[in-house]
Design a binder for this molecule. Sequence first.
Ligand SMILES: N[C@@H](CCC(=O)N[C@@H](CS)C(=O)NCC(=O)O)C(=O)O
Length: 261
Amino acid sequence: MSTPEYTLYELVSREDNKESQTGHSPYVNKTKADLAILGVPYKSVPLTFIGVRNNLASDTKNDVVTVPTLQLSSGEYITDSFKIAEYLQKHHATEDKSLFPSPDSHASIRFLDFWIDGDLVIAIRELFRPLFWTNLDKASADYFLEFKYGNDQALLDDHLATLGSVEKLNKKAEVAREKLKTLDRLLAEAPNGGPFILGTKPSHADASLWGWYAASQVNAPVINELLWEHPSLPNVAKWVAAAKEATGIKFNFPPAKITPK
Ligand SMILES: N[C@@H](CCC(=O)N[C@@H](CS)C(=O)NCC(=O)O)C(=O)O
């Protein structure tokens, strides 16, 4: 077999078990979905937060580097999931497989990507993100607490407590479903009946949503029932089934360490 042209630097939760826990980075998940949609093979390099800040920053000579970062066979690095999507589109799109199916779609997909990473995520992330912290090794957990929670342990504890309370989860889920209704409406009007955001074929719009869907599977039993497969969001549930098939990506999160009561 020939060596893949690309190396994808991705996030893992533990230095001591790099194979077992990918999927926590929504942005890496987006790129993996893009690569799957286009059928592009790649080699994966798993890094913890500390590895990103030390090794990848040094290799790329970029102190603010993030993952996903894609390295080309020329040695050049591309950082940022949207920039990677644009690059992949330019080099691998065909008539049949495309991340931006028409020149017009670029602006609307960019808008959707901003809406997902901004508005939607604020409404849904508390239903799963704190669990990420429970899976990290000590150095990564300290980093996460400092940079994602401003070292506010009380706030993190409060968010962890929400994950342990059916009542609190239900309240958060209600707000989250309100936000997802926008998406459900969009999917209800998708060209040619969907099931993807832009119609019958997956695009970067779907990869962008997939990134967060996939990350949220760290709390799968809770979030699927309350959100992704909730009866009030039938088109979202239909999208989930189609996106799973289109990406073929499976999850390997450990069982959730918090059970709601
Ligand atoms: N806009 C970027 C965001 C990438 C990003 O924030 N990645 C996180 C992982 S989810 C990261 O690399 N964090 C490293 C750090 O916080 O030091 C993209 O779309 O790729």
